[in-house]
Write a protein that binds this ligand. Structure first.
Ligand code: C2O
Ligand code: CU
Length: 567
Protein backbone atom coordinates (compact mmCIF):
# COMPACT_ATOMS: atom_id res chain seq x y z
CA UNK A 1 0.00 0.00 0.00
CA UNK A 2 2.69 2.46 1.06
CA UNK A 3 4.73 1.54 -1.99
CA UNK A 4 1.74 2.25 -4.18
CA UNK A 5 1.28 5.67 -2.63
CA UNK A 6 4.94 6.44 -3.26
CA UNK A 7 4.59 5.23 -6.83
CA UNK A 8 1.54 7.35 -7.46
CA UNK A 9 3.38 10.33 -6.01
CA UNK A 10 6.24 9.66 -8.39
CA UNK A 11 3.89 9.48 -11.32
CA UNK A 12 2.34 12.78 -10.33
CA UNK A 13 5.85 14.22 -10.14
CA UNK A 14 6.43 13.00 -13.66
CA UNK A 15 3.24 14.34 -15.23
CA UNK A 16 4.10 15.96 -18.50
CA UNK A 17 7.20 13.87 -18.96
CA UNK A 18 7.90 10.81 -21.00
CA UNK A 19 7.52 8.07 -18.45
CA UNK A 20 10.07 5.45 -19.39
CA UNK A 21 11.42 4.65 -15.99
CA UNK A 22 10.39 2.15 -13.41
CA UNK A 23 8.55 3.43 -10.44
CA UNK A 24 11.18 4.45 -7.91
CA UNK A 25 11.45 6.15 -4.59
CA UNK A 26 11.51 9.86 -3.99
CA UNK A 27 14.69 10.99 -2.27
CA UNK A 28 14.49 14.33 -0.62
CA UNK A 29 17.48 16.53 0.21
CA UNK A 30 17.60 19.89 1.94
CA UNK A 31 20.74 21.82 1.16
CA UNK A 32 22.03 25.17 2.28
CA UNK A 33 24.77 26.74 0.20
CA UNK A 34 27.04 29.05 2.15
CA UNK A 35 30.55 30.49 2.28
CA UNK A 36 32.71 29.04 5.02
CA UNK A 37 36.36 29.15 5.98
CA UNK A 38 37.93 25.84 5.05
CA UNK A 39 41.47 24.52 4.90
CA UNK A 40 41.23 21.65 2.41
CA UNK A 41 44.98 21.85 1.70
CA UNK A 42 45.92 23.32 5.13
CA UNK A 43 45.60 26.87 3.74
CA UNK A 44 42.56 28.75 5.01
CA UNK A 45 40.32 30.06 2.27
CA UNK A 46 36.70 31.03 1.65
CA UNK A 47 34.96 27.97 0.27
CA UNK A 48 31.41 27.40 -0.88
CA UNK A 49 30.00 24.54 1.15
CA UNK A 50 26.73 22.64 1.14
CA UNK A 51 25.44 22.01 4.66
CA UNK A 52 28.94 22.88 5.84
CA UNK A 53 30.70 20.42 3.57
CA UNK A 54 32.90 20.53 0.50
CA UNK A 55 32.66 18.13 -1.32
CA UNK A 56 28.95 18.36 -0.59
CA UNK A 57 26.72 15.48 0.52
CA UNK A 58 26.65 12.50 -1.84
CA UNK A 59 23.43 11.62 -3.56
CA UNK A 60 22.99 7.87 -3.27
CA UNK A 61 20.01 6.55 -5.21
CA UNK A 62 18.66 3.69 -7.23
CA UNK A 63 17.81 3.72 -10.91
CA UNK A 64 14.33 5.16 -11.39
CA UNK A 65 14.34 7.21 -8.18
CA UNK A 66 13.21 10.79 -8.17
CA UNK A 67 15.67 13.21 -6.61
CA UNK A 68 14.33 16.33 -4.97
CA UNK A 69 16.89 18.87 -3.84
CA UNK A 70 15.56 21.86 -1.97
CA UNK A 71 18.39 24.32 -2.33
CA UNK A 72 18.66 27.45 -0.23
CA UNK A 73 21.11 30.08 -1.40
CA UNK A 74 22.71 31.60 1.69
CA UNK A 75 25.61 33.22 -0.17
CA UNK A 76 24.29 36.71 0.72
CA UNK A 77 25.67 38.53 -2.34
CA UNK A 78 26.02 35.80 -4.93
CA UNK A 79 23.70 33.87 -7.20
CA UNK A 80 23.89 30.11 -7.60
CA UNK A 81 22.77 27.21 -9.84
CA UNK A 82 23.63 23.51 -9.59
CA UNK A 83 24.03 21.16 -12.54
CA UNK A 84 23.53 17.39 -12.28
CA UNK A 85 26.36 16.28 -14.47
CA UNK A 86 25.61 13.12 -16.47
CA UNK A 87 21.90 13.05 -15.63
CA UNK A 88 20.04 13.54 -18.91
CA UNK A 89 16.97 15.26 -17.41
CA UNK A 90 14.60 13.43 -19.73
CA UNK A 91 11.31 15.29 -19.41
CA UNK A 92 12.74 17.83 -16.96
CA UNK A 93 15.08 20.06 -19.01
CA UNK A 94 14.38 22.92 -16.60
CA UNK A 95 16.16 20.99 -13.83
CA UNK A 96 19.52 20.84 -15.62
CA UNK A 97 20.79 23.69 -13.45
CA UNK A 98 22.66 25.56 -16.15
CA UNK A 99 22.35 29.26 -15.45
CA UNK A 100 21.57 31.18 -18.63
CA UNK A 101 20.63 28.04 -20.56
CA UNK A 102 17.90 26.29 -18.58
CA UNK A 103 17.20 28.65 -15.71
CA UNK A 104 17.68 32.05 -14.17
CA UNK A 105 20.18 32.17 -11.33
CA UNK A 106 18.91 31.42 -7.83
CA UNK A 107 19.13 34.69 -5.92
CA UNK A 108 20.55 35.11 -2.44
CA UNK A 109 17.96 34.11 0.15
CA UNK A 110 15.89 32.12 -2.34
CA UNK A 111 15.04 28.44 -2.12
CA UNK A 112 14.84 26.57 -5.39
CA UNK A 113 13.67 23.00 -5.89
CA UNK A 114 15.40 20.68 -8.35
CA UNK A 115 13.37 17.60 -9.18
CA UNK A 116 14.50 14.95 -11.62
CA UNK A 117 14.69 11.20 -12.20
CA UNK A 118 17.96 9.30 -12.18
CA UNK A 119 17.04 6.98 -15.01
CA UNK A 120 20.26 5.03 -15.39
CA UNK A 121 22.67 3.40 -12.95
CA UNK A 122 26.20 4.76 -12.88
CA UNK A 123 28.60 7.32 -11.49
CA UNK A 124 27.72 10.97 -11.88
CA UNK A 125 28.57 14.33 -10.38
CA UNK A 126 26.98 17.59 -9.44
CA UNK A 127 28.50 21.04 -9.34
CA UNK A 128 27.77 24.74 -9.51
CA UNK A 129 27.03 26.06 -13.00
CA UNK A 130 27.14 29.78 -12.45
CA UNK A 131 30.22 31.86 -13.25
CA UNK A 132 33.30 30.06 -11.98
CA UNK A 133 31.64 28.97 -8.77
CA UNK A 134 32.41 25.28 -9.21
CA UNK A 135 36.03 25.76 -8.33
CA UNK A 136 35.11 27.53 -5.09
CA UNK A 137 34.17 24.09 -3.75
CA UNK A 138 30.53 23.62 -4.72
CA UNK A 139 30.46 20.03 -5.98
CA UNK A 140 29.72 16.43 -5.03
CA UNK A 141 28.97 12.95 -6.31
CA UNK A 142 25.89 11.08 -7.44
CA UNK A 143 25.88 7.32 -7.23
CA UNK A 144 23.01 5.48 -8.88
CA UNK A 145 22.74 1.75 -8.28
CA UNK A 146 20.86 -0.80 -10.36
CA UNK A 147 17.26 -1.69 -9.55
CA UNK A 148 16.71 -4.57 -7.11
CA UNK A 149 17.40 -7.91 -8.70
CA UNK A 150 19.71 -6.57 -11.40
CA UNK A 151 23.44 -7.13 -11.21
CA UNK A 152 26.54 -5.46 -12.55
CA UNK A 153 28.54 -7.53 -15.05
CA UNK A 154 31.46 -7.51 -12.56
CA UNK A 155 31.84 -8.39 -8.90
CA UNK A 156 33.09 -6.34 -6.00
CA UNK A 157 32.72 -6.34 -2.24
CA UNK A 158 32.69 -2.62 -1.48
CA UNK A 159 31.79 0.55 -3.30
CA UNK A 160 33.67 3.84 -2.72
CA UNK A 161 33.61 7.25 -4.45
CA UNK A 162 36.23 9.96 -4.73
CA UNK A 163 36.33 13.22 -6.61
CA UNK A 164 39.54 14.78 -7.85
CA UNK A 165 39.80 18.56 -8.04
CA UNK A 166 42.50 21.18 -8.30
CA UNK A 167 42.56 24.05 -5.86
CA UNK A 168 43.54 27.71 -6.11
CA UNK A 169 44.21 30.04 -3.24
CA UNK A 170 43.04 33.06 -5.25
CA UNK A 171 39.29 33.67 -5.19
CA UNK A 172 37.18 32.85 -8.23
CA UNK A 173 36.45 36.60 -8.51
CA UNK A 174 40.07 37.51 -8.73
CA UNK A 175 40.56 34.81 -11.34
CA UNK A 176 37.51 35.75 -13.40
CA UNK A 177 38.48 39.42 -13.33
CA UNK A 178 41.94 38.53 -14.62
CA UNK A 179 40.49 36.49 -17.46
CA UNK A 180 38.32 39.37 -18.59
CA UNK A 181 40.89 42.15 -18.24
CA UNK A 182 43.19 43.93 -20.66
CA UNK A 183 45.97 42.98 -20.25
CA UNK A 184 44.94 39.42 -19.57
CA UNK A 185 45.90 38.12 -16.12
CA UNK A 186 46.34 34.38 -15.81
CA UNK A 187 46.17 32.84 -12.35
CA UNK A 188 48.73 30.16 -13.24
CA UNK A 189 48.79 26.58 -12.07
CA UNK A 190 46.67 25.46 -9.10
CA UNK A 191 48.26 25.39 -5.65
CA UNK A 192 47.06 21.89 -4.84
CA UNK A 193 45.34 18.79 -6.14
CA UNK A 194 42.60 17.58 -3.83
CA UNK A 195 41.51 13.98 -3.51
CA UNK A 196 38.00 13.89 -2.08
CA UNK A 197 38.44 17.47 -0.89
CA UNK A 198 41.81 17.03 0.81
CA UNK A 199 45.31 18.02 -0.22
CA UNK A 200 48.50 19.36 1.29
CA UNK A 201 49.99 22.73 0.50
CA UNK A 202 53.53 23.12 1.80
CA UNK A 203 53.11 25.60 4.66
CA UNK A 204 56.89 26.05 4.85
CA UNK A 205 57.06 27.84 1.53
CA UNK A 206 57.36 31.66 1.64
CA UNK A 207 53.74 31.86 0.38
CA UNK A 208 52.62 29.60 3.21
CA UNK A 209 54.60 31.38 5.94
CA UNK A 210 53.83 34.96 4.86
CA UNK A 211 50.12 34.33 4.52
CA UNK A 212 49.69 33.35 8.15
CA UNK A 213 46.83 31.20 6.86
CA UNK A 214 48.61 27.89 6.53
CA UNK A 215 48.54 25.31 9.31
CA UNK A 216 50.04 21.94 8.43
CA UNK A 217 48.50 20.25 11.45
CA UNK A 218 44.91 21.28 10.74
CA UNK A 219 42.90 18.01 10.73
CA UNK A 220 40.87 19.34 7.76
CA UNK A 221 43.86 18.60 5.55
CA UNK A 222 44.54 15.09 6.77
CA UNK A 223 44.80 13.02 3.63
CA UNK A 224 41.83 11.04 2.46
CA UNK A 225 42.34 7.39 3.27
CA UNK A 226 40.82 4.39 1.61
CA UNK A 227 40.84 1.69 4.23
CA UNK A 228 40.65 -1.81 2.80
CA UNK A 229 40.22 -5.35 4.11
CA UNK A 230 42.81 -7.79 2.78
CA UNK A 231 41.49 -10.08 0.07
CA UNK A 232 38.49 -7.93 -0.81
CA UNK A 233 37.68 -6.22 -4.09
CA UNK A 234 36.80 -2.53 -4.15
CA UNK A 235 34.91 -0.64 -6.75
CA UNK A 236 36.38 2.83 -6.70
CA UNK A 237 34.32 5.45 -8.49
CA UNK A 238 36.57 8.29 -9.56
CA UNK A 239 35.25 11.56 -10.88
CA UNK A 240 37.23 14.61 -11.92
CA UNK A 241 35.96 18.14 -11.48
CA UNK A 242 39.23 19.96 -11.90
CA UNK A 243 39.11 23.61 -12.90
CA UNK A 244 42.05 23.19 -15.26
CA UNK A 245 44.14 20.10 -14.85
CA UNK A 246 44.15 16.81 -16.70
CA UNK A 247 45.23 14.12 -14.26
CA UNK A 248 46.90 10.76 -14.09
CA UNK A 249 45.61 8.78 -11.11
CA UNK A 250 47.38 5.77 -9.71
CA UNK A 251 47.55 3.56 -6.65
CA UNK A 252 50.96 2.43 -5.62
CA UNK A 253 51.41 -1.34 -5.92
CA UNK A 254 47.88 -1.96 -7.19
CA UNK A 255 46.61 -2.25 -10.72
CA UNK A 256 43.16 -0.97 -11.55
CA UNK A 257 40.64 -2.60 -13.85
CA UNK A 258 38.46 -0.03 -15.62
CA UNK A 259 34.84 -1.22 -15.76
CA UNK A 260 32.68 1.88 -16.13
CA UNK A 261 32.96 5.23 -17.89
CA UNK A 262 30.36 8.01 -17.52
CA UNK A 263 27.65 5.52 -16.52
CA UNK A 264 28.39 2.92 -19.20
CA UNK A 265 29.98 -0.50 -18.80
CA UNK A 266 33.28 -0.80 -20.60
CA UNK A 267 35.12 -3.82 -21.85
CA UNK A 268 37.40 -4.25 -18.80
CA UNK A 269 41.04 -3.32 -19.20
CA UNK A 270 43.84 -3.04 -16.70
CA UNK A 271 45.86 0.09 -16.08
CA UNK A 272 48.67 1.13 -13.79
CA UNK A 273 47.54 4.73 -14.05
CA UNK A 274 44.24 6.18 -15.19
CA UNK A 275 44.10 9.40 -17.18
CA UNK A 276 41.03 11.40 -16.24
CA UNK A 277 39.80 14.74 -17.55
CA UNK A 278 37.48 17.23 -15.91
CA UNK A 279 33.87 16.05 -16.18
CA UNK A 280 34.69 12.36 -16.62
CA UNK A 281 33.85 9.54 -14.25
CA UNK A 282 35.30 6.04 -14.14
CA UNK A 283 34.83 2.99 -11.97
CA UNK A 284 37.87 0.83 -11.39
CA UNK A 285 38.16 -2.46 -9.50
CA UNK A 286 41.03 -2.82 -7.05
CA UNK A 287 42.03 -6.07 -5.38
CA UNK A 288 43.38 -5.58 -1.88
CA UNK A 289 46.01 -8.24 -2.38
CA UNK A 290 49.25 -6.56 -1.35
CA UNK A 291 51.32 -6.69 1.84
CA UNK A 292 48.93 -5.31 4.48
CA UNK A 293 51.67 -4.17 6.87
CA UNK A 294 52.39 -1.04 4.89
CA UNK A 295 50.43 1.78 3.27
CA UNK A 296 50.22 2.73 -0.36
CA UNK A 297 49.91 6.13 -1.96
CA UNK A 298 47.01 7.19 -4.08
CA UNK A 299 48.38 9.90 -6.31
CA UNK A 300 47.00 12.33 -8.83
CA UNK A 301 49.51 14.03 -11.08
CA UNK A 302 48.93 16.83 -13.57
CA UNK A 303 49.52 15.85 -17.18
CA UNK A 304 49.16 17.76 -20.44
CA UNK A 305 50.50 20.95 -18.86
CA UNK A 306 54.01 21.61 -17.61
CA UNK A 307 52.55 22.24 -14.18
CA UNK A 308 54.13 23.39 -10.96
CA UNK A 309 51.32 21.83 -8.93
CA UNK A 310 52.57 19.07 -6.63
CA UNK A 311 50.88 15.67 -6.98
CA UNK A 312 47.74 15.18 -4.91
CA UNK A 313 48.20 12.37 -2.40
CA UNK A 314 45.90 10.11 -0.40
CA UNK A 315 46.45 6.80 1.35
CA UNK A 316 45.38 3.24 0.79
CA UNK A 317 45.50 1.70 4.18
CA UNK A 318 45.09 -1.97 5.11
CA UNK A 319 44.46 -1.30 8.79
CA UNK A 320 40.78 -1.18 9.50
CA UNK A 321 41.21 0.57 12.87
CA UNK A 322 42.70 3.78 11.60
CA UNK A 323 46.14 3.34 13.19
CA UNK A 324 48.70 3.29 10.48
CA UNK A 325 52.35 4.17 10.20
CA UNK A 326 53.25 7.04 7.87
CA UNK A 327 54.11 5.85 4.41
CA UNK A 328 57.85 5.89 4.11
CA UNK A 329 58.22 5.03 0.46
CA UNK A 330 58.16 7.90 -2.02
CA UNK A 331 54.95 8.34 -4.03
CA UNK A 332 54.91 6.90 -7.54
CA UNK A 333 56.42 9.19 -10.16
CA UNK A 334 53.66 8.93 -12.76
CA UNK A 335 53.87 9.43 -16.51
CA UNK A 336 55.62 12.29 -18.33
CA UNK A 337 53.35 15.33 -18.48
CA UNK A 338 53.93 15.84 -22.22
CA UNK A 339 53.69 12.25 -23.41
CA UNK A 340 50.42 12.26 -25.34
CA UNK A 341 50.59 8.73 -26.72
CA UNK A 342 49.56 6.78 -23.57
CA UNK A 343 46.64 9.17 -23.19
CA UNK A 344 45.46 8.55 -26.72
CA UNK A 345 45.90 4.79 -26.19
CA UNK A 346 43.66 4.93 -23.15
CA UNK A 347 41.02 6.90 -25.05
CA UNK A 348 41.10 4.25 -27.78
CA UNK A 349 40.94 1.38 -25.26
CA UNK A 350 37.56 2.47 -23.90
CA UNK A 351 34.97 0.33 -25.68
CA UNK A 352 31.45 -0.69 -24.76
CA UNK A 353 31.11 -4.06 -23.04
CA UNK A 354 29.49 -6.76 -25.21
CA UNK A 355 25.92 -7.20 -24.04
CA UNK A 356 25.80 -3.49 -23.20
CA UNK A 357 26.50 -2.07 -26.62
CA UNK A 358 24.07 0.54 -27.92
CA UNK A 359 24.66 0.43 -31.66
CA UNK A 360 25.05 3.93 -33.09
CA UNK A 361 22.89 5.12 -36.00
CA UNK A 362 24.65 4.15 -39.22
CA UNK A 363 24.41 7.58 -40.76
CA UNK A 364 24.04 11.11 -39.52
CA UNK A 365 21.78 13.88 -40.74
CA UNK A 366 24.15 16.71 -40.01
CA UNK A 367 27.87 17.06 -39.48
CA UNK A 368 29.13 19.99 -37.45
CA UNK A 369 32.86 20.65 -37.49
CA UNK A 370 33.99 22.59 -34.45
CA UNK A 371 37.38 24.20 -34.65
CA UNK A 372 38.71 25.08 -31.20
CA UNK A 373 40.88 28.19 -31.22
CA UNK A 374 42.20 30.78 -28.86
CA UNK A 375 41.54 34.29 -30.12
CA UNK A 376 41.85 37.91 -29.27
CA UNK A 377 38.56 39.77 -29.60
CA UNK A 378 38.63 43.55 -29.03
CA UNK A 379 41.82 43.01 -27.12
CA UNK A 380 40.42 40.34 -24.81
CA UNK A 381 41.77 36.79 -24.82
CA UNK A 382 38.94 34.39 -25.68
CA UNK A 383 38.31 30.80 -26.73
CA UNK A 384 36.19 30.17 -29.81
CA UNK A 385 34.41 27.52 -31.80
CA UNK A 386 34.58 28.26 -35.54
CA UNK A 387 35.74 31.77 -34.65
CA UNK A 388 32.67 32.44 -32.51
CA UNK A 389 33.26 32.96 -28.81
CA UNK A 390 30.28 32.05 -26.66
CA UNK A 391 28.60 34.39 -24.22
CA UNK A 392 25.57 33.62 -22.05
CA UNK A 393 22.39 35.64 -22.62
CA UNK A 394 20.40 37.28 -19.82
CA UNK A 395 17.29 35.36 -20.84
CA UNK A 396 17.83 31.61 -20.50
CA UNK A 397 17.40 29.85 -23.86
CA UNK A 398 14.90 27.30 -22.62
CA UNK A 399 12.51 30.02 -21.53
CA UNK A 400 13.18 32.21 -24.57
CA UNK A 401 12.31 29.37 -26.98
CA UNK A 402 9.41 27.92 -25.06
CA UNK A 403 7.72 31.22 -24.26
CA UNK A 404 8.64 32.59 -27.70
CA UNK A 405 10.49 35.57 -26.32
CA UNK A 406 12.73 35.56 -29.38
CA UNK A 407 11.55 38.86 -30.78
CA UNK A 408 12.67 40.59 -27.60
CA UNK A 409 16.29 40.14 -28.71
CA UNK A 410 16.76 37.42 -26.15
CA UNK A 411 19.79 36.28 -28.12
CA UNK A 412 21.57 36.54 -31.46
CA UNK A 413 19.43 35.02 -34.23
CA UNK A 414 22.24 34.43 -36.74
CA UNK A 415 23.01 30.69 -36.56
CA UNK A 416 26.62 29.86 -35.72
CA UNK A 417 28.64 28.18 -38.50
CA UNK A 418 28.69 24.38 -39.03
CA UNK A 419 32.33 24.48 -40.08
CA UNK A 420 35.43 26.56 -40.62
CA UNK A 421 37.79 27.63 -43.37
CA UNK A 422 39.09 24.34 -44.84
CA UNK A 423 42.48 25.98 -45.36
CA UNK A 424 42.90 26.75 -41.68
CA UNK A 425 46.32 25.61 -40.46
CA UNK A 426 45.85 23.98 -37.06
CA UNK A 427 49.59 24.03 -36.35
CA UNK A 428 50.10 27.79 -36.33
CA UNK A 429 48.80 30.56 -34.14
CA UNK A 430 45.38 31.48 -35.55
CA UNK A 431 45.02 34.86 -37.19
CA UNK A 432 41.30 34.92 -36.42
CA UNK A 433 40.84 38.33 -37.90
CA UNK A 434 37.10 37.76 -38.00
CA UNK A 435 36.48 36.23 -34.56
CA UNK A 436 33.37 37.50 -32.82
CA UNK A 437 31.47 36.98 -29.58
CA UNK A 438 27.93 35.66 -29.83
CA UNK A 439 25.18 33.95 -27.87
CA UNK A 440 23.63 32.30 -30.94
CA UNK A 441 22.53 28.65 -30.73
CA UNK A 442 22.64 25.57 -32.95
CA UNK A 443 19.06 24.50 -33.63
CA UNK A 444 18.80 20.76 -34.28
CA UNK A 445 15.96 18.96 -35.94
CA UNK A 446 14.21 16.89 -33.32
CA UNK A 447 15.21 13.20 -33.45
CA UNK A 448 17.89 13.82 -36.04
CA UNK A 449 21.35 12.28 -35.73
CA UNK A 450 24.18 14.75 -35.38
CA UNK A 451 27.91 14.30 -35.75
CA UNK A 452 30.24 16.71 -34.02
CA UNK A 453 33.90 16.73 -34.95
CA UNK A 454 35.94 18.56 -32.38
CA UNK A 455 39.07 19.86 -34.04
CA UNK A 456 41.92 20.99 -31.85
CA UNK A 457 44.53 23.51 -32.96
CA UNK A 458 47.33 25.75 -31.81
CA UNK A 459 46.77 28.17 -28.93
CA UNK A 460 48.05 31.75 -29.04
CA UNK A 461 51.47 30.45 -28.04
CA UNK A 462 53.56 28.93 -30.81
CA UNK A 463 53.90 25.14 -30.72
CA UNK A 464 51.27 24.74 -28.05
CA UNK A 465 47.96 22.87 -28.13
CA UNK A 466 45.97 21.98 -25.01
CA UNK A 467 43.69 19.11 -24.04
CA UNK A 468 40.01 20.07 -23.87
CA UNK A 469 37.42 17.83 -22.22
CA UNK A 470 34.07 18.53 -23.89
CA UNK A 471 30.86 17.82 -21.99
CA UNK A 472 27.38 17.54 -23.45
CA UNK A 473 24.33 18.20 -21.29
CA UNK A 474 21.13 16.18 -21.72
CA UNK A 475 22.68 13.35 -23.74
CA UNK A 476 25.21 10.61 -24.00
CA UNK A 477 27.05 10.52 -27.30
CA UNK A 478 28.84 7.73 -29.10
CA UNK A 479 32.58 8.26 -29.35
CA UNK A 480 33.09 7.39 -33.01
CA UNK A 481 36.80 8.03 -33.26
CA UNK A 482 39.92 9.97 -32.43
CA UNK A 483 42.75 11.12 -34.64
CA UNK A 484 45.80 13.27 -34.76
CA UNK A 485 46.13 16.25 -37.08
CA UNK A 486 43.41 17.71 -39.17
CA UNK A 487 40.21 15.72 -39.63
CA UNK A 488 39.75 14.50 -43.19
CA UNK A 489 36.06 14.55 -44.05
CA UNK A 490 36.30 11.90 -46.74
CA UNK A 491 38.73 9.37 -45.27
CA UNK A 492 38.42 9.67 -41.48
CA UNK A 493 34.71 8.76 -41.14
CA UNK A 494 35.59 5.42 -42.76
CA UNK A 495 37.61 4.61 -39.64
CA UNK A 496 34.75 5.24 -37.21
CA UNK A 497 33.99 2.56 -34.67
CA UNK A 498 30.52 1.22 -35.46
CA UNK A 499 31.12 -2.05 -33.61
CA UNK A 500 31.41 -1.14 -29.95
CA UNK A 501 31.75 2.62 -29.43
CA UNK A 502 31.43 3.71 -25.82
CA UNK A 503 28.76 6.22 -24.91
CA UNK A 504 29.95 9.07 -22.74
CA UNK A 505 28.95 12.57 -21.72
CA UNK A 506 32.49 13.99 -21.58
CA UNK A 507 35.37 13.30 -23.93
CA UNK A 508 38.81 14.76 -24.50
CA UNK A 509 40.12 16.28 -27.66
CA UNK A 510 43.86 15.72 -27.53
CA UNK A 511 46.51 18.29 -28.52
CA UNK A 512 46.45 18.89 -32.30
CA UNK A 513 43.91 16.08 -32.57
CA UNK A 514 40.26 15.55 -33.39
CA UNK A 515 37.47 13.63 -31.70
CA UNK A 516 34.28 12.55 -33.49
CA UNK A 517 30.98 12.18 -31.63
CA UNK A 518 27.52 11.15 -32.71
CA UNK A 519 24.29 11.73 -30.83
CA UNK A 520 20.56 11.75 -31.31
CA UNK A 521 18.77 15.03 -30.80
CA UNK A 522 15.99 13.20 -28.95
CA UNK A 523 15.78 15.12 -25.69
CA UNK A 524 13.56 18.20 -25.99
CA UNK A 525 15.26 21.19 -24.43
CA UNK A 526 18.26 23.47 -24.69
CA UNK A 527 21.58 21.90 -23.81
CA UNK A 528 25.02 23.29 -23.24
CA UNK A 529 28.03 21.64 -24.88
CA UNK A 530 31.30 23.05 -23.64
CA UNK A 531 34.85 22.55 -22.58
CA UNK A 532 34.78 21.48 -18.93
CA UNK A 533 37.81 23.57 -18.04
CA UNK A 534 36.23 26.27 -15.92
CA UNK A 535 38.22 29.19 -17.34
CA UNK A 536 37.81 27.99 -20.94
CA UNK A 537 34.02 27.93 -20.76
CA UNK A 538 34.11 31.29 -19.03
CA UNK A 539 36.22 32.58 -21.94
CA UNK A 540 33.74 31.37 -24.54
CA UNK A 541 34.60 27.74 -25.26
CA UNK A 542 31.12 26.34 -25.63
CA UNK A 543 27.91 26.30 -27.60
CA UNK A 544 24.22 25.51 -26.98
CA UNK A 545 22.00 23.05 -28.85
CA UNK A 546 18.24 23.56 -29.11
CA UNK A 547 16.02 20.63 -30.02
CA UNK A 548 12.26 20.05 -29.91
CA UNK A 549 11.49 22.75 -27.35
CA UNK A 550 7.86 22.74 -28.57
CA UNK A 551 7.59 19.30 -26.95
CA UNK A 552 8.78 20.52 -23.56
CA UNK A 553 6.10 20.56 -20.85
CA UNK A 554 5.05 23.67 -18.98
CA UNK A 555 8.03 25.42 -17.47
CA UNK A 556 8.04 25.93 -13.72
CA UNK A 557 7.81 29.58 -12.69
CA UNK A 558 10.74 29.11 -10.34
CA UNK A 559 13.26 29.05 -13.21
CA UNK A 560 12.20 32.55 -14.33
CA UNK A 561 12.73 36.07 -13.05
CA UNK A 562 15.66 37.31 -15.12
CA UNK A 563 16.12 38.99 -18.51
CA UNK A 564 12.97 39.02 -20.63
CA UNK A 565 11.26 36.48 -18.35
CA UNK A 566 10.37 39.06 -15.71
CA UNK A 567 6.73 39.92 -15.30
CU1 C2O B 1 29.85 19.47 -15.56
CU2 C2O B 1 28.11 22.20 -18.10
O1 C2O B 1 29.08 20.91 -16.82
CU1 CU C 1 39.28 23.81 -22.94
Amino acid sequence: MLKEIVCITTLIVLVGCIINVECGRVRHYKWEVKYEFKSPDCYKKLTIAINGRSPGPSIIAQQGDTIVVELTNSLLTENVAIHWHGIRQIGTPWSDGTQGVTQCPILPGETFVYKFVVDRAGTYLYHAHYGMQREAGLYGSIRVSLPDGEEEPYKYDYDRSIILTDWYHKSTYEQATGLSSIPFVWVGEPQSILIQGRGKFDCNTPAGIQSGLCNATNPECNPYSLTVIPGKTYRLRIGSLTALSALSFQIQGHNMTVVEADGHNVQPFQVKNLFIYSGETYSVLIHADQDPSTNYWLSAKVVSRNSTTPDGLAILNYYPNGKYPPNSSPPPVGPQWNDVSPRISQSLAIKALPGYIHPPPETSDRVILMLNTQNRINGYVRWSVNNVSFTLPHTPYLIAFKQKLLWHHAFDQTPPPDGYDPNHDIYTVAKNVNATSSNAVYRLEFNSTVDVILQNSNTMNPNNSETHPWHLHGHDFWVMGYGLGKFNQSSDPKKYNYVNPIMKNTVAVHPYGWTALRFRADNPGTWAFHCHIESHFYMGMGIVFEQGVDRVGNLPKSIMGCGNTRG
